[in-house]
Design a protein around this ligand. Structure first.
Ligand SMILES: NC(=O)c1ccc[n+]([C@@H]2O[C@H](COP(=O)([O-])OP(=O)(O)OC[C@H]3O[C@@H](n4cnc5c(N)ncnc54)[C@H](OP(=O)(O)O)[C@@H]3O)[C@@H](O)[C@H]2O)c1
Length: 275
């Protein structure tokens, strides 16, 4: 099958392409630097020619509220339009577990808008909602750091490795459209503060992690089960300690969410104001 991966050069997208190709699929990594832009429409008609499936694992370069909303609305509308013209039979999108419980954040309002465009379209689709990626534990810590302390709520957390996310998305992409949402999560449940404490300790990071019931997660008030999937979620297999050991020599990813300095500053401001 020809499977076009929008955002195919990103963290999940590049892993996904590498998982699909050995199974004989023609997986095409589509992103601005490969000449495909889901916002302007550049390259979309050409890349979708002959495609059976489109997987959208793109992400907005700017996380400011209106910018991120515009990104997911414009790209999803464009993709659906070009897919209909090309006769693509399945659109898969990667979203986030608990999105409807996180609408205090502009990012999640944008993800809900993306999901709603798919639900309202006639294109057969599947929405995969994943929990947070292990790769961003350092970013979560950085966001909640003041001085040498990291304050986080003691809520349940069930993160997963990006490799497990890509495997799950690959399985959905080669299957029939589910016309709904499937949730995926990690193999272990943690407390958010405990997860970050464990990650920082493994990297010899001296910051002290404090469980604080008033602390927020990326500026968002979260409850006991806000961030975890339901009982039907499909679980990955890579455990956090194994992932920490495997990736010990890699440079940590610092910012899970804001990907520009401006957005990071803006988000940090939100956090400080809110807490
Ligand atoms: N962070 C989490 O814990 C988490 C949890 C669950 C779900 N998710 C979801 O997972 C998805 C993928 O995240 P990720 O971390 O893999 O993203 P990422 O590494 O930031 O990659 C984003 C990709 O999108 C591409 N892109 C940006 N603008 C584009 C455009 N106009 N047209 C086409 N492609 C464009 C980028 O290409 P360039 O590099 O060329 O700009 C890159 O390939 C996101 O939708 C996110 O909401 C994240």
């Amino acid at each position: 099958m020809k499977i076009v991966v929008i955002g195919g050069t990103g963290l999940i997208g590049s892993k996904l392409v590498n998982k699909l190709r050995p199974d004989g699929h023609e997986a095409v990594a589509a992103a601005p630097n490969t000449g495909v832009n889901a916002i302007t429409g550049e390259g979309l008609a050409a890349v979708l020619k002959g495609a059976s499936v489109v997987v959208d694992v793109s992400n907005s370069p700017d996380w400011e509220d209106s910018a991120v909303l515009k990104f997911f609305e414009t790209s999803t509308r464009n993709l659906l339009t070009y897919e209909a013209a090309a006769g693509v039979g399945h659109h898969v999108a990667l979203s986030v577990v608990g999105t409807e419980r996180l609408l205090e954040s502009g990012y999640f309002r944008a993800k809900i808008a993306q999901e709603n465009l798919l639900k309202g379209s006639s294109t057969p689709h599947s929405i995969v909602r994943a929990t947070q990626f292990y790769e961003f534990f350092n970013g979560i810590a950085d966001f909640s750091t003041q001085g040498n302390q990291v304050r986080l709520p003691h809520v349940l957390f069930q993160p997963m490795a990006a490799d497990d996310v890509a495997s799950a998305v690959a399985r959905v992409a080669v299957g029939p459209p589910i016309s709904g949402i499937v949730e995926i999560g990690g193999p272990e449940k943690f407390r958010l503060d405990e997860f970050i404490r464990r990650g920082l300790a493994a990297r010899n990071d001296p910051r002290e992690v404090i469980a604080d019931p008033h602390a927020r997660y990326y500026g968002i008030e979260v409850k006991e089960r806000t961030l975890i999937p339901g009982d039907d979620a499909k679980l990955g297999t890579i455990r956090f300690d194994d992932w920490l050991a495997q990736t010990a020599s890699q440079v940590p990813v610092s910012h899970a969410q804001p990907t520009t300095v401006a957005a990071a500053t803006q988000e940090k401001g939100t956090y400080e104001k809110a807490s």
